[in-house]
Design a protein around this ligand. Structure first.
Ligand SMILES: Nc1ncnc2c1ncn2[C@@H]1O[C@H](COP(=O)(O)OP(=O)(O)OP(=O)(O)O)[C@@H](O)[C@H]1O
Ligand SMILES: [Mg+2]
Length: 231
């Protein structure tokens, strides 16, 4: 056992589409330790979301190895990956992926129910309250603003207190006050439950709060910076 929670070894990702094969990530070697907060930055199209997908087992690496909590994600099938994510990971997607036919409350409570929480709806209410959305709990995603949907997605990912939380631009659609509340929620998880966070961000102030920042360029790690005085 190492203290590494997430390890990528020479990971690469290429996808075949109608426009041909696209090489998206090249030779990514990276390790994230328990309780660490890693910020992923880089220009649009540099591969940040794709890297997050690899870390969450949502895309399979074309080559290389990815290990999460000492389990080899590259050798798991889709069912095993889904189970692994349900028990250990929270993922906040760039475009939220809320279920359109469920209210905000149901979106947050459903994964809790699936993972066996008996008080799923109570806990979901508490977390929705924490992101300032108790007054919108019965709204469907289409009846929520972009920032509100983002907060529901964050509530949903963080409510089961995952060991690993992967968040794609978690404050991208939020004003300063709500952004700060979300950041407090994320860093609170880390502090209270020793969660490991990987955040994609374009926000300099959010990146500055991370222990370490990795900059991607053209699908490769271009630079890695360890912060001096991270919280
Ligand atoms: N399914 C796919 N098939 C082919 N190419 C893809 C696919 N998904 C992403 N790409 C390409 O991979 C590259 C990296 O995309 P990715 O979404 O990871 O970038 P990003 O760094 O998250 O950008 P942004 O800051 O705009 O969100 C882009 O050039 C994109 O066009
Ligand atoms: Mg992206």
């Amino acid at each position: 056992m190492t203290s590494a929670v997430l390890t990528l070894q020479n990971a690469a990702l290429s996808l075949d589409g109608n426009a041909g094969r696209v090489d998206i990530l090249h030779d990514i070697t990276l390790s994230v330790t328990k309780g660490e907060t890693l910020g992923l930055i880089g220009p649009s199209g540099s591969g940040k979301s794709s890297l997050l997908m690899l870390m969450g087992g949502l895309e399979q690496a074309t080559s290389g190895q990815i290990t999460a909590l000492d389990q080899d994600l590259t050798s798991m099938d889709e069912d095993a990956l889904a189970r692994f994510r349900r028990n250990n990971m929270g993922v906040v997607f760039q475009n939220f992926h809320l279920i359109p036919t469920m209210t905000a409350l149901e979106n947050v409570a459903t994964p809790l129910e699936l993972s066996g929480h008996r008080d799923a709806f109570d806990l979901a209410e508490t977390v929705l309250d924490a992101v300032g959305l108790s007054h919108r709990r019965d709204h469907y995603p289409a009846q929520l603003s972009g920032g509100e949907q983002q907060r529901v997605a964050l509530a949903r990912a963080s409510a089961p207190r995952p060991k690993i939380l992967l968040a794609d631009e978690p404050t991208g659609n939020l004003d300063e006050t709500n952004g700060a509340a979300i950041v407090d929620l994320l860093f609170g998880l880390r502090q209270k439950f020793d969660a490991t966070l990987v955040l994609v961000t374009h926000s300099r102030s959010l990146a500055e709060r991370c222990d370490r920042v990795v900059r991607l360029r053209d699908g490769r790690i271009a630079e890695e910076t360890r912060q001096e005085a991270a919280e």
